[in-house]
Design a protein. Sequence first.
Length: 620
Amino acid sequence: MALSAALVLTFTATGTSYAQQAPHETAQQVDRVDRTDLADASAPATATSAFPAEAGEHCEPTRPGSKERRAGAVEACVSTSPTPARRSSIQPLATGTCAITSPGKYSYERFSYCVNGVNVTYILRDSNGKEIGRGTLEISTSATLPKAETTWSEHVTATMTSATGDVTALNAKLKASCGSGCTATKYMPWYVGDVTLGKPLAGDIKYSSAPAAGAITEFTTSYQLYVTSPGATAVDPNASWSNPQKIRCDNAVGGTSTAGCVVPSVRAQVPLSTQGSDQGGAVAAYLWAQKNLSDRWGLDTPLTRAVSGVDDRVSSTCGSGASKPFADASDLIPTDTCAQFPFAETSEGGTDGARCAELIPNHGSGGWVIFELGGGADLDPSKRCVRAHVAAGDKEFADNQLRQGFVSQRVIDADPFMLGLTASLDGSHAECLGSSPAGARLSGNGWILNTTAPVPHVNTLVPSSPTGTRAAAAVACLGKTLGPGSEAGGDITGWQDAELYAQAHDLDEERARCHLIAKILGGRISDNLVPCWQVGTNTGAGSMWEFEKKVRDQVASDTFGPDDAILYQVTPMYLNATSTIPVSVTMSAKIERGDGSIEQLFSNVDILNTQDNGQYNLGN
């Protein structure tokens, strides 16, 4: 028998992706696992959609004799748009919450949705078309969908953020509805609609759906907003929109599950885990398959639940339908049972057992050791499936978790889903420590990869400047021992553009060369640097330094062991392909433990390239 050990892996919501670029320094492989990149192709546990704002203004004449007409206003106009980006103390997206990192976008999780940062602007104009008053409302909504019910509330807030001229207050009424299969049982969040600066309106919309047993209904929620001056009456809505993503309510999960609702466009994440030797043989075998076989089912490639045909798929892989019988190993495992992966409960299951890797998981002092029967010296990653010899209780332990996962994530027939597997395998350590991608350089007991992208000029404001490259995504696997970093310096791409921008705006504030991977984390080389403001982007409240320090402190903590690592990514965001200075950077970090568990430190944090007052974005 050949012993084949695998690393521990837990699927997480936020994957990393980066382009492979020509390296300045090349690292050797850190360990035995050959990984060409770190990208998770799986669907994230969150999603965003642009707010579907109507183009242009909606204008109506003011009513004769009204307060507006007496003030000289002959026309009132309403428009909607995302709130302009502004500096704020951005918090990471927490699991189970609905948070926004960009204004004017809907944000989704499997069981929630929200939008904020939507501006509704009301303008009064006189007979010459001159503006004589303006008021701005900021609209936000959020809802948590019930996993085991079909009634829910959506919280709506309207805040007056500015008022000028003859507009000192506004009246806002909102009416909601939903499509077939759903009823808005309380369609107005408030009934007294006057709003002034410092006194927002807030209330709840209530929805209900009642799918019959086995039924599925999908629908969108829609909104009509009426904005006027106090005392005026709007006959037609002057702003309206629909939720860009559908909501699904169903009574089709099966078993003892009741009806519930989800955002189906956000793919379900089903967890299976085991600790120690607690009947975890099947889970450990599934993890081995997910990590070693090229299909990487449930990690890079989604699985699809299939309610019918389960018995046939069991037979094809483990039973009489297989062209190679499942060997009897009851001398080793008294209740020997075939645990197949992909599961028979998925459409990907049912491969002929002769094409499967045949495994025996065995729990030792260091964790689960996976033996591949007849595997020889080299693993064949092209095998399409696994048949594992496990105790009957181990298979039932995994089957129960799978069933519970279908219920908790509302995975119905034909739903794709991803699979998070956690088990302690012998010799396991943080996944990213297992190998370094092409082009990475060693740093401490981890590695750093800096990538670049071409630009036609290294300074856009200097047409004679040569072609070159700008810094792109930087990814690091940071172990307990951090490598040395270097000071920032040199005429980096975009540096002259930054100086000319400051001169053109008569700004004396210090510019800096921001490390993407911080010096304190081992960052160095020019491809790791971008022009930025020293106070605002590089240091100060809500700056890159706050999150760099979180990473450094975590690595230094007593709870961070020699087999742990932080997978850390910083991506500069540019306006277009010719830009030499980013408008922002996006930062993410997750802790990969040696035991296979993963903890999100922070995710998709956007740091604007502005001064500490939120002004003068240096990006071009």
